[in-house]
Design a binder for this molecule. Structure first.
Ligand code: PMP
Ligand code: GLN
Length: 486
């Protein structure tokens, strides 16, 4: 029989398996539970509830401190692809923003995945080799042995990754220590800066600067954007661990010349710096320009990781397959990150990419080879875009490579908010997307804070789109121009 002594009541009240209300009812039902006991119980229960509420709020506070993001991601925000991709979709805009084709890849690519789907090999459904499917690394080794002019070891000098993004990630995580400086050339593909910072590295930006203004009808090309040799040299010091070279460059479309690459490589060698060479647009170079791989310059193989992407190479951005090629000591560091994060990329897609490489290796030196056909197919799109942008008063920079075009909007009037702290390019892109249903990408996102002002009047347009899509975009801009001048 329960004696309602203070100790018993306290023990009962503190019994966490019963809620206060249940306990109350339970005890009140007992016949020997005297009035004084009842009072004591109520009093204890009330005290306990207060204590529990206090404790809960302390727990909550502690929990909320634990639930915040890790320090290494503090200050990181949604990327431009998330924000502006969403805006394009919400506004059902004609999308010349994010870089992807709006048409099918060639039939050898669509067939390659059908072949995998029809495969009689049960292992094409299972894990494949962690650092790269054997068939794919074999094909990649064969191609890059040709391109690099040296044998590339398929098992030690190649890592297959989930897109070029993961190659960039593994390169940073595997090679950059806290406090290391990494030089990036502006405008740069936006993820470089957060990837460096997440490792505790310090991004050091050097801008390419236009040497002409493209005004008064003169044509401005990405070749007119140059690095200042003294400015670049001044950024190399004892703490410099790496430089990222994006050639051809996104968003500018610059294809670095031999002299420019030699200048960069001399600095790398002098300061014993690694080169992370993002060459995802290697096949998108417009004649007469030629793509030169920095890893092929004297003294560079041993310090360079060259990054490629099936997304660009075969026009399948959704396949998210990339690769890193370089000396064993650098690739091995990246493999250590890959094996403990992704472990292995998906087998059927690697098989399909291997099919594509095997197909193209046979005809790469013919005009029908996809890597010769693709830039030839894109050239008229590029020129068409340059013409319609100029027609509405923008000043395009003709790219030598890639599938993006920068346009200067200094002459363009729109409803901007001069009191806003938001960059003019970003305000323009939002206004154009929402009001004219044409989506593009602001260029200041490709600069670090200290240099964003250099891009305040630059907008990036993507031209790997159906002619009909480009026509629609041109129509929107022409219509707007007509209505604003009448
Ligand atoms: N580098 C650059 C310069 C890019 O433009 C992109 C975007 N495709 C990537 C890397 C990432 O490529 P992937 O889609 O293969 O991850
Ligand atoms: N590389 C593409 C671009 O620059 C896509 C990037 C992305 O989606 N993250 O538009």
């Amino acid at each position: 029989m329960l004696k309602a002594t203070p100790a018993v009541i306290r023990r009962a009240v503190f019994d966490r398996s019963m809620s206060t209300v249940d306990l109350f009812q339970n005890l009140l039902c007992r016949r020997n539970f005297v009035t004084s006991g009842r009072r004591l119980f109520l009093c204890e229960a009330a005290k306990h509830s207060t204590k529990r509420i206090e404790k809960l709020s302390i727990d909550n506070r502690m929990a909320s401190q634990k639930h915040v993001m890790a320090k290494r991601v503090e200050g990181h925000v949604e990327s431009v692809w998330v924000e502006f991709g969403r805006m394009a979709a919400e506004n059902q805009a004609v999308n010349l923003g994010q870089g992807f084709p709006d048409f099918f890849p060639p039939s050898f690519v669509t067939e390659s995945i059908k072949d995998v789907a029809n495969s009689s090999n049960p292992f094409s459904y299972q894990y494949t080799r962690g650092y790269g499917n054997p068939r794919l690394v074999k094909a990649v080794a064969e191609l890059y042995t040709k391109l690099m002019g040296r044998p590339v070891d398929l098992y030690k000098e190649i890592l297959i990754t989930c897109g070029a993004y993961e190659s960039l990630f593994c390169a940073h995580q595997g090679l950059v220590n806290p406090g290391d400086e990494v030089i990036i050339i502006e405008p740069f593909f936006d993820c470089y800066e957060p990837m460096i910072k997440v490792c505790g590295g310090v991004p050091v930006a050097v801008p390419l600067r236009p040497t002409k203004n493209g005004k008064n009808g003169s044509v401005l090309t990405s070749e007119d954007w140059k690095l200042d040799v003294d400015e670049l040299s001044s950024k190399f010091n004892k703490k410099t661990k790496a430089i990222i070279v994006n050639n051809p460059n996104n968003p500018l479309g610059k294809v670095f010349s031999l002299e420019e690459l030699q200048m960069i490589s001399e600095l790398c060698i002098k300061h014993n710096v690694i080169c992370i060479s993002d060459e995802v647009y290697e096949w998108l170079v417009y004649k007469p320009k030629q793509h030169i791989r920095i890893a092929t310059l004297p003294g560079m193989w041993d310090r360079t990781v060259t990054i490629g992407s099936a997304g660009k190479t075969f026009s399948v951005t959704g396949w998210k397959t990339g690769w890193s090629i370089g000396p064993q000591h650098l690739i091995n560091a990246m493999c250590m990150i890959h094996q403990n994060s992704v472990y292995t990329c998906i087998t059927p897609i690697q098989e399909a990419v291997a099919n594509c490489f095997e197909h193209e290796l046979k005809r790469m030196d013919t005009p029908q080879g996809y890597w010769n056909e693709l830039p030839a197919e894109l050239l008229p799109k590029r020129d068409m875009m340059a013409a319609f942008l100029a027609e509405v008063g923008m000043v395009p920079t003709i790219p030598e490579g890639g599938y993006f075009m920068l346009a200067d909007i200094s002459n363009i009037d729109f409803k901007e908010d001069p009191t806003s702290s938001e960059m003019r390019d970003s305000q323009f892109v939002k206004w154009l997307t929402k009001n004219k249903k044409l989506a593009t990408i602001p260029t200041s996102v490709f600069y670090m804070d200290e240099h964003k002002h250099l891009a305040k009047n630059l907008v990036r347009f993507c031209f790997i789109k159906e002619d009909s899509t480009l026509e629609k975009a041109a129509g929107i801009l022409r219509e707007w121009k007509k209505s604003s001048s009448s």
